[in-house]
Design a protein around this ligand. Structure first.
Ligand code: KG4
Ligand code: ZN
Length: 335
């Protein structure tokens, strides 16, 4: 089954051609991240307009790279949420147009399921059940994936998402947007024990996260050292912050694995690219005897290949959407 997948939930305009859920024939991404660097974050209206501009060339390139024509496409998949409403609508409109013209099934995909599915592409042998730590710019979840389309939320962030915390810290210490990769690079040169940062643990749900206290502590350290010395040690701050976030993510995930007895751990979302998280998670999984999967680096952040993969597992169950498909900006998982 050949799926043409479109992803426009935030600031990446992406189209991919995916065969049978795991075989990526092409994966084209046009990122607006550089454009938004000067604004320090995504400007929703500009993102929607840029999607309108880039979408057709991106789809054409995906078709050309895959060496297929529209007649070869069996279904059209598109991210329906969560995301920025105008950005989502741009992709959905195009997906409907292609599906209607080609008289092929249309399916709306949950972006978060897409992030999980990036691992099915990276690891052809991977099958549910597994536990998934899903950490992106907008979400931080611990999930129990019982089947490809059966996902339960065990824990979630009560305030900032992990990626959002990276982005906010980076902006505050002058590293710019998107912050995650920049903090990661500076952390490699710093001392992770330079600052002892707070970690929040909830008694009523040990799998939930909170990163706002940690973020505030880092901002205070940065402000205080600016006032005292007129400078901050960016490398040490990044290393301490990254280590603390990674430890919190890893410890909650290990607790969930120990208690549920699920022995395969999968990490997904943009923060899955983080080298500190990869290191800490690998060490703990090795110590506990758990299997561990991270997506390939290029599939951690937003892309359409992951949407094509997630769509496949719904399509083979006979699911599809009609042309009333609409954007759902705050679409949830597992409800
Ligand atoms: O999954 P994604 O592309 O978009 C959302 O669905 O949100 O994730 C983007 C997030 C951003 O917050 C970005 O700073 C973060 O992933 N990120 C990283 C790294 N690469 C991307 N965070 C930490 N370390 C990285 N290497
Ligand atoms: Zn994403």
């Amino acid at each position: 089954m050949i799926v043409l997948a479109i992803e426009t939930s935030c600031d990446e305009t992406a189209c991919a051609i995916v065969k049978d859920g795991r075989d990526v024939l092409s994966n084209i991404i046009s990122s607006q991240a550089e454009l938004f660097e000067k604004y320090g974050g995504v400007v929703p209206e500009i993102a929607s307009r840029k999607h309108m501009e880039y979408m057709i060339p991106v789809v054409s390139e995906a078709m050309q790279t895959a060496g297929i024509g529209f007649g070869d496409v069996d279904a059209v998949a598109v991210t329906k949420g969560p995301g920025l409403v105008g950005a989502l609508l741009a992709g959905i409109s195009l997906a409907k147009g292609i599906a209607m013209a080609m008289e092929k099934p249309l399916i709306g995909v949950n972006h978060l399921e897409g992030h999980i599915a990036a691992n099915y592409i990276g690891w052809p042998e991977l099958e549910p059940p597994f536990l998934c730590l899903l950490v992106s710019g907008g979400h931080s979840h611990i999930l129990r994936v019982d089947d490809y389309t059966d996902i339960k939320v065990l824990g979630r962030t009560r305030d900032d998402a992990a990626g959002e915390a990276f982005d906010k810290i980076a902006r505050a210490i002058g590293l710019g947007y998107p912050g995650g990769p920049k903090v990661d690079a500076h952390a490699a040169m710093g001392n992770r024990s330079a600052y002892d940062l707070p970690r929040t643990k909830f008694k009523d749900n040990p799998y939930d996260f909170s990163f706002s206290g940690l973020k505030t502590a880092v901002l205070n350290i940065a402000n205080n050292s600016m006032q005292k010395d007129g400078a901050i040690n960016v490398d040490d701050i990044c290393a301490s912050f990254q280590y603390t976030v990674a430890r919190v993510l890893v410890e909650n995930t290990m607790e969930a694995a120990d208690e549920t007895g699920v022995r395969t751990i999968v990490v997904a979302g943009g923060v899955a690219a983080n080298s500190g998280l990869r290191r800490e998670m690998a060490a703990e999984c090795f110590a506990h005897g758990y299997k561990l999967h991270f997506p390939p680096l290029e599939l951690c952040t937003d892309n359409a290949a992951m949407i094509g993969s997630a769509a496949y597992f719904h399509l083979i169950k006979g699911e599809s959407d009609d042309y009333s498909l609409n954007a759902v900006p705050s679409l949830k998982l597992g409800v």
